[in-house]
Design a protein. Structure first.
Length: 760
């Protein structure tokens, strides 16, 4: 018979018989858990399934049919002798060879002799013999015929073993089987049957822990099945691995996203990306500027960038129509088929990363309680449509270790958006969710998500991608001191004439009383003035003043007079450009806008281009801002009813007095001014609105004085571009006096400050 030996490593359990130096087997019971133990159980279980026996929850007792068949075949005789048992086994289990049969007979006899010594009578032994033969026939026959083979048969038992079951497993062990007994609740119950561990050996685990509550062979099968399904669904896995957020050392806000990818880590197999949400603002007064700076930095570093505001637009019918799909019987079939829509032939590694991320999310969604194939199919279509929509912007000519940037302002509103961002975070993309309004919550939840929380809240509906949307909030109580500090720096403001050829305007969000502090000074003394990459950021005033302060009309008119400077245009007749005014460029504007793009070179080469007399850089400046109006759709009707052609026509037909101010404009000196006085119920025309939008982007300070408080300025703008100050009661039917006459007091900033209510 076979004897037990001690295993030196888990590999010993799987050694061939020829490597064991004799007839040796392993009979171990496992009472503790560790990761290595799970590997042992898994491998042992797989071999038992193939050519051994798996017992879960005990061996069923022989039923009446089993016993009847036994008696028909074997009769009622029993003798506790080797000859009787050998003959009986030959008849009962004819597939065993002589050696196998003899080993089982010897094992049975040794067990029954021990029972006799323990005081059991022959009747009990006979019943035990019949039970054992039934079990051998109905449960273990496939093992018996492999006894003595080089590949030792495996038996794994899960559960609380009984006395008879233990005796039978001991018989099979002595006959040549390796046996693993799984005891998830420990060894106490077993030791009542075998106090001295004579029949089996406990497996000693260094650092072992109790088994997890849900551990079972059934769970292993389930996991194996999932792994098999996953292998089929994922196909070839990517060689790169996402390292999401693990490289982040401390809370650094937006600086995390700007961190160069090459500085995030040195392991070539990792993609170092960020997945983060920032709630609130650290400083709401400079928040817009921080966002604007960040996207400028990202673009300068050649990062691929996508910005979405408020909502990810739903897939269009055309996008949905491009997704190949069919009818699916189950989740596996759905994922396996629809994943084929992710094709990125120019970079197979990126395709593998995309497919893995998609399958990850779809498998998670399939585990939800209300999941069904139709709902999953709908979710999959959303993910695939959005991935196709943004892939070109995020991954154009992608190569490792590049990481794109996807910024979502406002936070996820539904499950589809949440799933899409979670999927993006599992491919080479930095995903940044901005929720500056603390009253608006993002529904996304993910174990990978890194989150920072700030206490200040503001309502920001659109990401400030261009300077026209940047609204800087000044701190009124510090404004004068800050200006004095700036003016005291000898090195500030020393620029050559016309030194810079490019500029962006940044609209300041101010208090009404702050306007005199900055009205007639050079722009480089204003808060938020910057020069980066040879581009000037010009802080400008763009505001509407409603009502009359304290009802004092004389002071009101003097305020406007004091604002008139050598580089200002005062408009008192509304509309400034009357509808129907002749414009030769309106008829040919369609030549200058093709396929959604402004043909700037064609405009400049046109023989009637009106700004050809201007400095070259100023020509480009005007055309760039014209393009910005169209692309940002600042004026109603653009992209809807052909208003873009009206924009082109009037941006090319500015009044001569405006053109001259633009020609002399130096981006680091005093900027031109445009002042409107609107005392009637007439509103700005579409043409006026186009010119105002253009001049704001060019860098003009623009003020509207509207004593009536009427909405006579906003009609054609698609968003709130200017700040409105309500300074007093509304006044109607006012006659505009001669505003070209200087105020009675000495003109200048001191008078202006007095009129605005800041005088001493």
């Amino acid at each position: 018979m076979f004897t037990h030996i001690i295993a030196n490593s888990f590999d010993d359990f799987f050694s061939a018989l020829s490597k064991r130096d004799g007839k040796h087997v392993y009979f171990y019971r496992v009472n503790d858990y560790a990761g290595t133990v799970e590997n042992l159980i898994t491998k042992f279980y797989e071999l038992a399934k193939q050519s051994g026996v798996v017992i879960e929850g005990g061996i069923p007792a022989p039923d009446q049919k089993n016993l009847t068949y036994y008696k028909e075949m074997m009769g009622d005789e029993f003798k506790p002798s080797i000859a009787f048992m050998d003959a009986g086994l030959k008849k009962w289990l004819p597939r065993m060879n002589d050696v196998q049969r003899h080993d089982i007979a010897m094992s049975l006899l040794a067990t029954f002799q021990d029972m006799l010594k323990a005081g059991k009578n022959e009747s009990i032994i006979k019943n035990t013999y019949i039970k054992f033969l039934c079990w051998l026939y109905y449960k273990f026959e496939r093992v018996l015929v492999n006894l003595g083979n080089n590949d030792v048969p495996k038996i794994i038992y899960e559960g609380n073993i009984t006395h008879h079951e233990l005796l039978l497993l001991s018989i099979l062990s002595k006959a040549g089987c390796d046996i693993l007994l799984l005891q998830y609740k420990g060894d106490a119950a077993y030791l009542k049957l075998d106090p001295k561990s004579d029949l089996s050996t406990p497996l000693l685990i260094s650092g072992g822990q109790p088994f997890p509550a849900d551990f079972s062979l059934s769970k292993l099968r389930e996991n194996a099945k999932k792994e098999m399904v996953s292998t089929r669904l994922y196909g070839a896995l990517p060689s790169l691995t996402l390292c999401t957020n693990a490289w982040i050392e401390r809370q650094r806000g937006l600086e995390i996203i700007k961190e160069p990818t090459l500085m995030r880590g040195k392991e070539e197999k990792f993609v170092y990306n960020a997945f983060m949400r920032i709630n609130g603002a650290e400083d709401k007064y400079i928040y817009s500027d921080q966002l604007y700076r960040m996207q400028q930095d990202l673009k300068n570093s050649k990062r691929h960038l996508v910005i979405v505001n408020g909502k990810i637009p739903n897939p269009t019918p055309e996008e949905i129509g491009e997704i190949r799909r069919g009818n699916y019987a189950n989740t596996e079939q759905l994922i396996l088929n629809i994943t084929q829509n992710i094709s990125y032939g120019s970079n197979i590694e990126l395709q593998k990363l995309m497919r893995k991320a998609f399958v990850d999310i779809m498998l998670e969604e399939s585990q939800k309680e209300n999941a069904n194939v139709n709902k999953l199919s709908s979710k999959a279509v959303y993910l695939l449509c959005w991935l196709k929509r943004y892939a070109q912007e995020l991954f154009s000519n992608w190569k490792h270790p590049e990481v794109g940037v996807f910024i979502y302002l406002g936070g996820c509103k539904n499950e589809n958006e949440s799933n899409f961002l979670r999927m993006l975070a599992r491919i080479p993309v930095d995903v940044l969710i901005l929720c500056p309004n603390l009253n608006s919550k993002c529904c996304l939840s993910d174990e990978l998500l890194y989150e920072e929380n700030n206490t200040e809240s503001l309502n920001l509906e659109k990401y400030p991608e261009d300077s026209s949307l940047v609204r800087m909030g000044t701190v009124a109580s510090h404004a004068e001191q800050e200006m004095m500090d700036i003016m005291s720096r000898d090195s500030n403001g020393l620029y050559k004439n016309q030194q810079f050829s490019k500029a962006n305007s940044i609209t300041l969000q101010t208090m009404y009383e702050e306007i005199p502090n900055m009205w007639d000074i050079t722009v480089n003394f204003r808060q938020f003035f910057r020069i980066e990459n040879n581009t000037v950021d010009i802080p400008v005033v763009f505001a509407k003043v409603s009502g009359v302060k304290d009802g004092k009309l004389s002071d009101y008119w003097d305020t406007i007079r004091a604002l008139r400077t050598d580089n200002s245009v005062l408009v008192t007749q509304i509309p400034y450009i009357a509808p129907g005014t002749s414009n030769k460029f309106k008829g040919i504007a369609s030549e200058f806008y093709k396929n959604g793009k402004l043909q700037k070179k064609k405009i400049k080469n046109h023989p009637d281009f009106p700004y050809a007399i201007l400095r070259e850089e100023m020509q480009d400046h005007i055309l760039d801002k014209m393009e910005m109006i169209i692309n940002s759709r600042l004026v109603k009707g653009i992209g809807e009813n052909g208003t873009e052609y009206t924009v082109i026509g009037w941006c090319l037909n500015l009044p001569k007095e405006i053109v001259r101010l633009i020609q002399s404009f130096d981006f680091t000196k005093k900027n031109p001014k445009l002042i409107f006085v609107c005392t009637t119920d007439k509103v700005l025309s579409l043409e006026d609105s186009i010119i105002v939008a253009l001049l704001n982007l060019v860098g003009f300070d623009i003020l509207f004085f509207v004593p009536t408080g009427y909405q006579c300025v906003e009609k054609y703008f698609t968003k709130k571009l200017m700040e409105e100050h309500h300074i007093g009661d509304y006044q109607y039917d006012l006659s505009i006096p001669d505003l070209t006459i200087p105020p009675i007091n000495k003109a200048g900033s001191s008078l202006l400050r007095k009129l605005f209510g800041r005088g001493k």
